[in-house]
Design a binder for this molecule. Sequence first.
Ligand code: ZN
Length: 351
Amino acid sequence: MNETTTHEKAGLLERLEAGPVICAEGYLFEFERRGYLQAGAFVPEVVLEHPELVAQLHREFVHAGSDVVEAFTYYAHREKLRLVGQEHLLETMNRRALEIAKEVAAESGALVAGNICNTNLFTPDDDVRRTVRAMFEEQVGWAVEAGVDFIIGETYAFAEEALIATEVIRATGLPSVITLAMHQRPDTREGWTPEDACKRIEDAGADVVGLNCIRGPATMLPMLEAVRASVSGHVAALPVPYRTTEAQPSFQSLRDPDYDRLPGDRPFPTALDSFTCNRYEIADFTRTAQELGINYFGVCCGAAPHHIRSMAEALGRTPPASRYSADMSKHAYLGSAAALKDENLSYAKDL
Ligand SMILES: [Zn+2]
C-alpha cells in the first residue's frame, strides 16, 4: 500500500463499527525470550539497539492477523529510563519506536497505535498526578507528531491513573483505548470494581475500555462480562496467554508444583513456559469473549504470532499466516492422505 492510500484507510472506530479489531501485544516478553531485552527493568532498549528486529516482530504479528501495529513504547517512559540510567534516550527511543511502527503499518494498511502505560509512580497525591500527567503528555505528544491513528493507554492498576491517560489522549482528538490491569485482587488499587472503573473511564471519554495483561483467559473472562454489562461502547480484552486459576488469578501469582529450583520464589516472569495457553485455548477465549460482546481483541505478555493467528481465525478471518495453519492429513505417521506409506501409519498406531 502506498503513502496515498494509507491516508485513506479506515480508522479504528470505523473498523470497530464494522467488526472486531485485533491488536497484538506482548513485545517485552517476546524480546526477553529472544534474548534482546532484560527481565526485571523491562525497558525496550531493543528499539534503538536492534530496530530491524522490532520491525520484524511487528511484521510477524500483522502476518498473523493483527490489524494494529502498536509502537513499542511500553515502559519507554521517563521513570523507567531514569531507573536504568538512560533518561537521555527517552525522546529518541519513543520517536524511533513510532517511526518503526509507522513503516511496518504502511506495508499493509494496518493501523498505527501510540502507547503509554502504567508509570509505577502513581499515588492519589496532587504532585504525583502532575508528574504522571507530564509523563503521559510528552509521550502522547511524540505519538501525535508521528501521525499515529489512535493511542493506547494500558496496564493501569489505579483507575485514577487511567483517567489521567484518558484526559491526555482525549485532548489530542485521536481515538483512545484504555485498559486496566487487574492483579490478584478483583478490584483496582483504589478499590473500584473493574466494571465501575471502566464505566468511569468511558464516561471520561475513552472510545474503547477494557482489561489487559496480568490475568489469563480463565480469570479475565468473568470480569469482562461485568465490564461489558456496565459500559455502552467498545470493550477490549487482552489477556496474558497463561493458565491462571481462581486460586492463582494473575501470572505473577502462579506457582509451579513441578519445578522447585527456580531462581526466585515464583515462575514469573522467566519460567512461565509450562503455563502457556495453546493456540486452541486462545481461540476458545476469543469465541467466548466475542459472544459476550467484546470487539477489540489482543494477547498481552507471553503472546506469540501463533496465538494471534488463532485469534484471527476464531473471528472467521484468514490472515496471510493461515496459509500455514496445521494440516495433519499430510503427516507421515499420523496423517490420512492416500500417498502416505501404510508401514509408517501402522507403526504409529502400534505405539
Ligand atoms: Zn502484558
